[in-house]
Design a protein around this ligand. Structure first.
Ligand code: GLU
Length: 467
């Protein structure tokens, strides 16, 4: 097989949405699996709808997902000259023709075809002599579609799909203002870029038959097509914003990790036995088009959450810290100091056990920052009643005397204090947790105190006494 070359070809009319991200991922994986190239082409031919912020958002989303492309991103618009050249070549060979019809004539012909119950083929000038048009009449260039026979595409996902050629219209290749249509530009670019496999959403399957005829007319090699079923919402309906049809940036903001996102998008339409957790390396080794499902996948936030929780658990303390540092500093309104960082490096792995998304982790990590006096949740405030204050004051004194701030020693000190005061251990632990965490989700209490350090722990207890 020649070197595999795939591409992702987004139209920059909005953010990189979840379906686009999955298409990009499949193309990336297929290229990486075969040791080929993965190219990025920005389909900015539609000047009215393409925007610079959308291009930026797409590139940013790709980078966040760590889907690196080979070479520079290509602008389709900048290749307009080449598209025109191909249209003119087809014209010169008689495989395309000039259409002088006015918009009004076309509308009338479309209407008439509809009334006759026929497909509109835009072929008003297919058999007319261009000399019949007055000098200087603007014209578009249309492809001369075959009328006989049928076209079959053997799609890697959909199987063999056939249309009757009589159903294909003589589509415009070059508009009367000299600009290429999308249908022409895609084919010329895919050919010139040496694309061997076109993997994209099955909303493009109908276009594939029309594009096929452009390749055929030029005598170009026809790439392999793989049209992937679209993503649906959990209710089986077309994916809407409510379901999660958001930009990739929204998932980043919600606190999902790129590796979890890749794993999730991979499984959303492709399978490897019963495997749910698939690392990117495994995905590169295993990815193929054969196991792309034929029916639409359903988007499911719970699955994404559980994958994200899994990847959070596998991260080491340093990576966990760097993934929340920015948000945490934003939360406390200043940079972390070295004491806080050292505490976090100790605490994060066990905090990550209970987090689903990064904001959960940021929230529980903030407990280890010096933010005295802590603000209390309602629940914590309820536990810190007047009568418990002397207990906290007494325990603070007891802890002050501890010389070796280790979990076992801390625990022994609390136990002996409870015993001396004739209190059940829980009666002491509960308010201590409320005073020291302010009611934030926390793990093992003694472990938390050990990581917080002696001075901070006692300080937090005394804050409640003074309050
Ligand atoms: N630009 C098209 C889109 O964003 C994709 C074209 C293609 O993949 O062939 O839907």
């Amino acid at each position: 097989m020649p070197k595999v070359v795939t591409r992702f070809a987004p139209s920059p009319t909005g953010f990189l949405h979840i379906g686009g991200a999955r298409t990009a991922l499949y193309n990336w994986l297929f290229a990486r699996h075969h040791g080929g190239d993965f190219l990025l082409r920005i389909e900015d031919t539609d000047r009215k709808r393409s925007t610079e912020p959308a291009i930026t958002a797409i590139l940013k989303g790709m980078k966040w997902l760590e889907l690196d492309w080979d070479g520079d991103a290509i602008s389709q618009f900048e290749r307009a000259g080449r598209h025109k050249e191909v249209a003119e070549e087809l014209l010169a060979e008689g495989k395309a023709y000039r259409c002088f019809a006015t918009p009004e004539e076309l509308t009338a012909a479309r209407e008439a075809a509809r009334e006759r119950g026929e497909n509109f083929r835009g072929d008003l000038w297919r058999d007319r002599d261009p000399k019949e048009a007055p000098e200087g009449t603007p014209y578009s260039i249309r492809i001369r579609m075959p009328r006989q026979g049928e076209t079959t595409i053997t799609d890697e996902v959909q199987g063999a799909v056939t249309v009757q050629n009589s159903e294909l219209d003589d589509m415009i290749l070059l508009r009367s203002d000299g600009t290429p249509t999308y249908m022409l530009a895609v084919v010329v670019d895919d050919h010139d870029m040496g694309i061997t496999h076109i993997i994209r959403g099955d909303d493009h399957l109908n276009n594939a038959f029309r594009q096929y005829q452009v390749y055929a007319a030029m005598g170009w090699h026809i790439p392999t097509f793989a049209h992937i079923p679209l993503i649906h919402g959990p209710d089986g309906k077309k994916l809407s914003k409510r379901h999660g049809a958001l930009g990739v940036d929204a998932y980043e903001e919600m606190g999902f990790l790129p590796e979890a996102m890749r794993n999730y998008l991979l499984r959303l339409g492709w399978s490897h036995g019963d495997d749910e957790i698939i690392s990117t390396d495994e995905a590169i080794t295993w990815f193929d088009l054969e196991h792309v499902g034929r029916s639409p996948a359903r988007f499911d936030f719970d699955k994404l959450d559980s994958l994200n929780a899994h990847y959070l658990r596998t991260m080491d303390a340093k990576s966990l810290l760097s993934s929340i540092k920015f948000a945490l500093e934003d939360h406390i309104g200043r940079a972390l100091d070295s004491v806080e960082e050292a505490r976090l490096l100790k605490a994060l792995p066990s905090l990550a056990e209970r987090a689903k998304r990064l904001p959960d982790l940021t929230e529980s990590a903030s407990l280890f920052c010096n933010t005295r006096p802590l603000s209390l949740t309602d629940n914590a405030a309820k536990q810190l009643t007047e009568d418990i204050i002397p207990t906290l004051a007494g325990l603070a004194d007891e802890l002050e005397a501890v010389t070796d701030w280790e979990p076992t020693v801390i625990k022994a000190a609390i136990m002996s204090f409870a015993e001396a005061k004739d209190l059940k251990l829980g009666k002491v632990m509960q308010p201590v947790r409320a005073a020291v965490t302010g009611g934030k989700p926390s793990g093992d209490l003694v472990e938390t105190l050990a990581i917080l350090g002696q001075a901070e722990t006692i300080g937090r207890l005394r804050d409640r006494v003074a309050a």
